[in-house]
Each structure stands twice: as C-alpha cells, then as structure tokens.
Design a protein around this ligand. Sequence first.
Ligand code: ZN
Length: 99
Amino acid sequence: MALIQCHECGKEISDSAATCPGCGAPVRAKQHKKGDTVPHTDQEVAVLLSKKKKTSHILHLFLSIITAGIWIIIWILVAISNSSENAKIDRQIKDGKKV
Ligand SMILES: [Zn+2]
C-alpha cells in the first residue's frame, strides 16, 4: 500500500482507496487509461494457453515414412517391370528374326 497524491485536492491518500476520502475524487492509480496494459487474470491466461497450437511431430514423421515407403515401392516395381521388359528384348535379339 503506497501513498499517492490526490489529483484533485493534493491530499496524500492510499492508492488502494477507490476515491479520495478528502474530496471524493476517484483515485487515478485505480483507473486504467485507454491503451494501458494490465496483467491477465489466471483464468484469461489459462484460456490463452489453451489456444496454443501443438505440432504433431509423431503424426508428421509417420506420414513421411509412409509416403517415402510408397515411392520406394513404386521405384522397385518400375525397376522390376523394366528389367523383365529388357530381358524380353534381349531374348528377341539373341533368338534372331524368323525367316
Ligand atoms: Zn482529494
């Protein structure tokens, strides 16, 4: 509790008083001007904290592994189908043309 000066009568008054006991003027320290910042209440802080966004690292890692796995499978399938196609061509070359 600090003593402040009343802005109306200049008397020393407690800053915890809502009004000046001498003149009845509202205590300036208790009033919040527009643009002032006041600390949030515990409840407001809890609400703000609940709005925080979390990155789901496990989910993204899992999805990355799956999609990478799909591309590896496609790569293997393409390689297998190409090599069997190439083997067919090799056989054609070796066997020669039918007359
Ligand atoms: Zn006063």
